[in-house]
Design a protein around this ligand. Structure first.
Ligand code: MG
Ligand code: MG
Length: 258
């Protein structure tokens, strides 16, 4: 079921969005060469407790994962791109790090992800990250009242294809509200003018993610969660939670003014 939020409800979702934005910004600033992924999870947990927020991940046990996630943040490194399970690994110079974070504050969820390079970057990694960010910006710009979900999908796909990347549609954006994942699904590829109408009050996460040289994923056998590229090439992921308002999209997890 797709639920539309009143302006008052969208206002009530702002603290969750702001907390997710601030936490990702803090963690991004703190992660350096040598930071252990388990320390990132502990730090995120501390920030959640301090804020009185609630993790959406720790008890999360969907059909595609292996039991409850047990951690509060996804840390996907290099060829890992989605659902990266924090484990005993110290970040190395040049690693491409993706942090994906979702919590509930006052009963409302926000979900956002960011990719960045720690230390000395490879040009191709910076280009991949830039493409996911540009695809996210294009998807958000297409999230206009009166449009359709396919407008968002087509805008994302145009950026990806322009950069010569192929697209996996197994995982994409989704409705956000009292829970992390709701309808509508927002694939990262599709046709403009098709799909569910974008109405004021619709709150969704938009989340393009791409791999350098493949669109195929494999699940990490050790943890049953982490999704890696099938060919070992690196991946990047950018996500914001947005509300569609009569004036256009409102980015609830915006970090640009932090
Ligand atoms: Mg997310
Ligand atoms: Mg999401």
């Amino acid at each position: 079921m797709i639920e539309l939020r009143t302006p008052a409800e969208i206002d009530a979702m702002r603290p969750a969005g702001r907390f997710v934005a601030e936490t990702l910004q803090t963690l991004r600033d703190e992660v350096t060469v040598g930071t252990n992924l388990l320390a990132i999870d502990r730090r995120a947990h501390e920030l959640i407790r301090r804020a009185g927020a609630e993790s959406c991940y720790i008890d999360y046990a969907p059909s595609f994962g292996s039991g409850p996630f047990g951690k509060v943040i996804c840390t996907s490194i290099n060829d890992a791109v989605l659902h990266g399970m924090p484990h005993d690994y110290a970040v190395r110079d040049g690693d491409l790090v993706t942090l994906d974070f979702a919590v509930s504050v006052d009963g409302w969820v926000a979900d956002s992800a960011v990719s960045f390079v720690v230390g000395t970057p490879r040009d191709e990694d910076l280009a991949l990250i830039e493409t996911t960010e540009r695809a996210l910006a294009a998807g958000i710009a297409a999230a206009q009242p009166g449009g359709k979900v396919g407008d968002i999908s087509a805008a994302i796909a145009e950026v990806a294809h322009g950069a010569g990347l192929s697209i996996n549609t197994d995982f994409g954006g989704h409705g956000v509200g009292r829970t992390m994942h709701g309808d509508p699904h927002i694939p990262n590829n599709g046709r403009a003018g098709r799909g569910f109408p974008l109405k004021p009050g619709l709150v969704v996460a938009i989340e393009p993610w791409f791999l350098h040289t493949t669109d195929k994923l494999k699940t990490d056998e050790d943890d049953g969660w982490t999704l890696r590229s099938a060919d070992g090439s690196r991946g990047a992921h950018s996500e914001h939670t947005i509300a569609i308002t009569p004036d256009g999209p409102l980015i609830l997890t915006d970090r640009s003014e932090l």
